[in-house]
Structure formats: C-alpha cells, structure tokens
Design a protein around this ligand. Structure first.
Ligand SMILES: [Fe+2]
Ligand SMILES: [Fe+2]
Length: 254
C-alpha cells in the first residue's frame, strides 16, 4: 500500500473542467449529432464508383439467381415424384438450387454493404415440367444448360459494367467468386446434356445408370473434377511430388 501511495504522491491532481468548457463540448456533440442525423449515411458509405446503373444491374443478377433457384427447385421436386423417380438428378437440381440461393444471398449483402438498396421484383413461375410419360430428361437438361449460360452471360455483362465504372472490388468478386465457378457449371451441364442425349437414343438402362452415378456422387456431377483447372493444378503437383519422391529413393539406393 505504501508503494501505491508513493506512486500517487508524485501525480498532480487533474483539474476539473471549467463550466464554460464543459458547455462548449456538449454544444459541439449536439452539433455533430444534428449534422449526422440530417444526412443520408448510405450516401457516405456508397463509393462514387458504385453508380445507380451498376446497382440496378446487381439487382438484375439477384433476380436472375432467384429465377434459376425456383427453376431448379421445380426440377428437383419433379424428379422426386414416383412417376419419374430419378433421385440422382433430383440431388443435382437440389444442389444447383442451393448454389443459386447462396449466390443471391452474397450479392444482396454486397449490395447493402456498398450503400445500395434491395428492391425485390416478382419471380416468374418456371414453365418447365419434367416429362414423365415417357420419361424424357433431354428437354429439362437443355433448359438447365440455358439457365447456366444465361447466368454466365449476365455475370460477364455485370463485370464489364463494373470495370467501366472503376468498381474494382465488384469486378474482383464477380470474376473470382462467380465467373470461374459459373464457367465450370456451363461445361459440366454441357457434358451432362451430351450424356443424356447419348443414353436417350435407347431408352432404359442408360438413364438408370446415369441417375445411379449421380446418386452415388450425391448430386455432384461425377466428371466435374476433370473440368476444374484448379484441381488439375493439384493433380499435377501430386504427380510432381511422386516423381520427386522416386528420384530421392533412387539417390538413396545408389
Ligand atoms: Fe450462381
Ligand atoms: Fe451455376
């Protein structure tokens, strides 16, 4: 305690603020509060590069994702019907629907973070119906391919516009988060369309096997690994390290 008191002993006590000084601090705080209250903070958050036209295009893509979500939900439900009973395909559409919802959610958050506003527009009900008599997957698969292609093209438009406005963070997000993935989706569904066309030439066994393949991979397109350049990098790295290991062993044996 003696030490504690000795520490305090050297300090000069702080002077209480003069009443007039206290008053001016309060006045200043009041002035700032009224200044901030009168402003639209969204405009402060919003960078000048995030133009109204760009905001409208982001909302347009959100709408696109929501329409695709509804379309895939309908296909997933149709494929689960006992009349169709293609559960592998149903899992694939379920996954696709979830991806659309996640993308929509991300973009909506982004819109708000940049000082934009959410303005939902009505989603048109999908006209697709999975043919069940006979079961014919080619038309729904072709439609799914077109949906993915439309999303990719819309992203390309959005990215070009963001680049023109100098909105670099949006360009980066669209290119790294969406376009790489979407390009793979287009290729994967293009491959699926080809497989479906092949097996549909002779109805029966082929479709059953394709559905079983999708079922075993829990709705992930089984060949998607081969269409992913990033995973290809990993595979090359794997081969390289195996070769290196072999060379190391050779050195040891000599
Ligand atoms: Fe998407
Ligand atoms: Fe997609």
């Amino acid at each position: 305690m003696a030490f504690l008191f000795s520490g305090l002993r050297g300090k000069t006590p702080e002077k209480a603020p003069e009443p007039s000084q206290e008053m001016s601090n309060t006045d200043e705080a009041r002035r700032i509060i009224s200044d901030i209250s009168g402003h639209d903070i969204d405009t402060w958050v919003r960078p000048s590069s995030f133009t109204h036209e760009l905001e409208e295009s982001v909302r347009g893509h959100i709408h696109e994702e929501l329409c695709a979500w509804m379309f895939y939900r309908k296909l997933a439900a149709d494929c689960s019907r006992s009349n169709v009973c293609l559960h592998g395909f149903s899992m694939l559409w379920e996954r696709s629907a979830k991806e659309c919802m996640i993308d929509m959610h991300w973009l909506e958050k982004y819109l708000i973070t940049r000082g934009g506003r959410s303005k939902p527009t009505p989603i048109e009900a999908p006209k697709i119906e999975f043919p069940d008599s006979p079961i014919e997957p080619i038309q729904p698969c072709r439609e799914a391919f077109s949906v993915e292609k439309r999303i990719l093209e819309d992203l390309e438009r959005l990215s070009q516009m963001a680049e023109k406005c100098g909105e670099t963070s949006l360009v980066d997000a669209i290119q790294t988060r969406f376009m790489r993935k979407e390009s793979r989706h287009v290729k994967n569904l293009g491959d699926l369309l080809q497989q479906v066309a092949r097996v549909s030439k002779q109805p029966g066994m082929g479709l059953y096997l394709l559905d079983a393949e999708l079922r075993h991979s829990r709705g992930i397109i089984p060949w998607s690994f081969h269409n992913d350049p990033d995973r290809h990098d990993d595979a090359v790295q794997n081969i390289r390290s195996k070769i290196y290991e072999g060379l190391e062993k050779d050195k040891y044996n000599q």
